[in-house]
Design a protein around this ligand. Structure first.
Ligand code: NCD
Length: 342
């Protein structure tokens, strides 16, 4: 695909070669993401970070990625202090933003609304989550994490056994993840969820159609058997009609050290898009996993910076100019967290 000026709305728009291009660029951005080097390549550019749903990582990491390359960021958070309160349409808001910013990142609680922003503007729009739909940049950083954790370029990964656990019906990160992983070679997916929260049929069918094995189960023990990668997700309480309905599933799947070590392969690793719900009764990842070297969740979150830097320089057409203004960082920067995540 031609990245310059494009929107990033769904992983459907990527072929394997596009993902490889993003990952090559992300690898180039690693010294910048690690804060060893800095570049002014985006100096003068402005990012509009429009988040109409809760966020910690996505909003902050998009901003950090943009600002560390010399750009500036303005936020719009929630509907309350915006002209949506006065009845303004998405079309008009987005059209107006085109006059102010060079790129927009949008998170919206309703499916299809980020596309509406994209249709009304001439600057690139990045979907940072649209209801139960997609979260394509999370899928990119997830797959980039798989490449780094397995130390294998994505085109060489074959037959990986992937257990995806939790609220697979409402979780947009896993919808995007399955589609992007389907670009790889002959995977074995096991979708572990209560029947009512299973992966949507069309995504199961899609994975089959791309030549992957797919098994669905309600049993965590069975689902984790022989897994190379376990991808856990949070119960998406905010997508249920009532809190009582969500409560029926709370804490149903807790991956602890014992089940992880007993069931998965010896070098298995555990991912989660975060936030994990650490309240008593939820705990989809037990705290006894925290010192486990296979716990990749924080390395995964860190990878968001390099991947988002890569997207910005590609969408704004300056990937080949990053080095021109690059210098070492003079201030104190702590060492990277080691392989033992904590
Ligand atoms: C996820 C999201 O918002 O979809 N968070 C994220 O961006 N990493 C996952 C979630 O909220 O459960």
């Amino acid at each position: 695909m031609n990245f310059t000026g494009s929107h990033i709305l769904t992983v459907d728009q990527f072929e394997l070669a596009d993902v490889q291009r993003i990952f090559e660029t992300a690898t180039m951005m690693e010294p910048f993401a690690l804060r060893r080097r800095r570049s002014r390549v985006l100096e003068g550019a402005l990012l509009g970070n429009l988040f109409f749903e809760a966020s910690t990582r996505s909003r902050f990491s998009f901003a950090a990625a943009f600002e560390r390359l010399g750009g500036a960021v303005r936020d719009m958070i929630g509907f309350e202090h915006t002209s949506f309160q006065k009845g303004e349409s998405i079309h008009d808001t987005s059209r107006v933003m085109s006059g102010y910013v060079d790129v927009m990142v949008v998170r919206h609680p309703e499916l299809g609304k980020v596309d509406e922003f994209a249709r009304a503007t001439n600057v690139p729009v990045i979907n940072s989550g649209d209801g139960t739909g997609e979260h394509p940049t999370q899928a990119l950083l997830d797959l980039y994490t798989v490449q780094k954790e397995t130390k294998t370029p994505i085109e060489k990964i074959k037959g990986l056994r992937v257990a995806v656990v939790g609220d697979l019906r409402h979780g947009r990160t896993v919808h995007s993840l399955v589609k992007i992983m389907a670009l790889l070679d002959r995977l074995h997916f096991t979708f572990v969820a209560p029947d009512a929260l299973q992966m949507p049929d069309e995504l199961v069918a899609y994975a089959h159609s791309r030549g992957h094995d797919v098994v669905t189960t309600e049993s965590l023990d069975d689902g984790l058997d022989g897994a190379d990668l376990v991808y856990c997700t949070r119960l998406q309480e905010e997508r249920f009609a009532t809190a009582g309905e969500a409560a029926r599933y709370r804490g149903m799947y807790a991956v602890n050290r014992q089940v992880f070590e007993k069931r998965c392969k010896p070098n298995a690793f555990l991912m989660h898009p975060l936030p994990r719900d650490s309240r008593i009764g939820a705990m989809e990842i037990s705290l006894d996993m925290d010192e486990h070297p296979g716990l990749a969740i924080f390395r995964q979150a860190d990878n968001g910076i390099a991947v988002r830097m890569a997207l910005f320089v590609l969408l704004l057409g300056v990937a080949d100019q990053v080095q021109a203004t690059a210098t070492d960082v003079p201030w104190f920067v702590p060492n990277k967290f080691g392989t033992k995540d904590c």
